[in-house]
Write a protein that binds this ligand. Structure first.
Ligand code: FAD
Length: 360
């Protein structure tokens, strides 16, 4: 019998792949539900919401897409985001329309390219998130869209954050206003939780919820353990805690309102303590006389959501990863176990590779 700790994307993917290969799996999660941070369910007014913030599925991997498609049908969905600046909403990521609306211009593609060339502050080398943004769009756009958002989201200055964080957000000279450009962009038709239920519905898998690995670790023997929780917790924080950024979510139902905002997510870089508001009906396509939204408030304490990418944190993670290599019979995989700022599809891809290794 194998033990899989955590029933999010990493744990559920591994369980299913191993079960398909004949392994018997016992899956636990300390929460009272499956799905990890992608868990969704209807609120008390009947609107499907994501408890831990909006999760939009997108991938370029056919392999990942094919695997998940065994467990769900899809609703095609391309996410759009607006940034609120001085009370007006602009396309985000910044594109040509953002420039034209913000500065009252009428630029074509070459004009937008030239605009960025004029305003950018060349940086060499590009080390931090501040370098990335100033180097591509210059100071005014940096201050309007990035600076305060980053301070709120990470509790750090952009100059303290690694380049990779800002490099995730493109800058466009065309008018493409989609947040992602991946080949596959869709939401599970009946929600993430239903998809997870089908993944784990296998005669070789038993699921036990509300169980913490720490409480059973010493009690039972397993053929192999797949661990998808925080790697520092596994080793009792022996080198100290890996820093995470957390969030609190303020869910609200607005009755008798078809639509609260024009797009799925509106970012508030400069106003309010929250970073963004997401309206779920845009994502799910649900028909309902009212609508439900969530506001996200970043905070230092709470559930571990975002590994904080910095050189010091990566060095600390490496120490744990080195220790993990010597741990016999345990596979560490997932966002928390690998301390990586992974999207859902990347976690599935990593779990598929890990399953292959175990199966041999
Ligand atoms: P998790 O989903 O965190 O699952 C780990 C599970 O392990 C948890 O359920 C936890 O309870 C359990 N666990 C931990 N320790 C123990 C223990 N000791 N004993 C028992 N159980 C334990 N990705 C996208 O692709 N698109 C998005 O739009 C997107 N939006 C996001 C928005 C937010 C606010 C956040 C926080 C993340 C977002 N992500 C998004 C990332 C996505 O959530 C992760 O990639 C994915 O959930 C990681 O899956 P996982 O299985 O590694 O971890």
């Amino acid at each position: 019998m194998l033990l899989v700790v955590g029933a999010g994307f990493a744990g559920a993917t591994l369980s299913r792949k191993l079960a398909d290969s004949g392994y018997k799996i016992h899956q636990i999660d300390r929460r009272n539900h499956i799905g990890g941070n992608a868990f969704d369910g209807v609120d008390d007014k009947g609107v499907l919401v994501h408890r831990y913030g909006p999760h939009i599925f997108h991938t370029n991997s056919e392999h990942v897409w094919d695997f998940l498609s065994r467990f769900t049908e899809w609703r095609s969905y391309e996410h759009r985001v607006l940034g609120a600046v001085d009370g007006k909403h602009y396309p985000f990521p910044i594109n040509r329309d953002t420039l034209n609306l913000l500065y009252g211009l009428n630029l074509d593609e070459a004009g937008a390219e030239n605009f960025f060339e004029q305003v950018r502050e060349p940086r060499e080398p590009v080390r931090t998130s501040e370098d990335v943004v100033l180097n591509s769009v210059g100071r005014d756009l940096y201050e309007k869209f990035f600076l305060n958002y980053t301070r709120k989201q990470w509790g750090m200055e952009p100059s303290e954050l690694k380049a990779g964080v800002a490099a995730r957000i493109p800058v466009r000279t065309n008018t493409d206003d989609r947040y992602f450009t991946d080949t596959y962009q869709a939401m599970p038709l009946h929600g993430y939780t239903k998809m997870f239920e089908r993944m784990l519905d296998h005669p070789n898998i038993t699921v036990e919820l509300g169980v913490d690995f720490a409480d059973i670790k010493e009690k039972e023997q397993w053929e192999h353990v797949v661990y998808t929780g925080p790697i520092d917790a596994y080793f009792n924080y022996c080198f100290g805690r890996l820093p995470y950024r957390s969030l609190s979510f303020e869910h609200e139902h607005i009755p008798d309102t078809q639509q609260y905002q024009e797009v799925g997510t509106v970012n508030f870089p400069n106003d309010h303590a929250y970073t963004r508001i997401t309206e779920f009906k845009h994502l799910t396509g649900q028909k309902h006389p009212g609508t439900s939204i969530v506001r996200e408030y970043p905070q230092a304490q709470g559930d571990p959501y975002y590994p904080i990418p910095s050189d010091a944190n990566e060095a600390l993670y490496k120490r744990y990863a080195t220790l993990a290599e010597t741990e016999q019979g345990v596979t560490f995989v997932g966002r928390l176990a690998q301390y990586r700022y992974y999207n859902m599809d990347q976690v599935v891809a990593a779990a598929l590779v890990a399953a292959k290794k175990i199966i041999g």
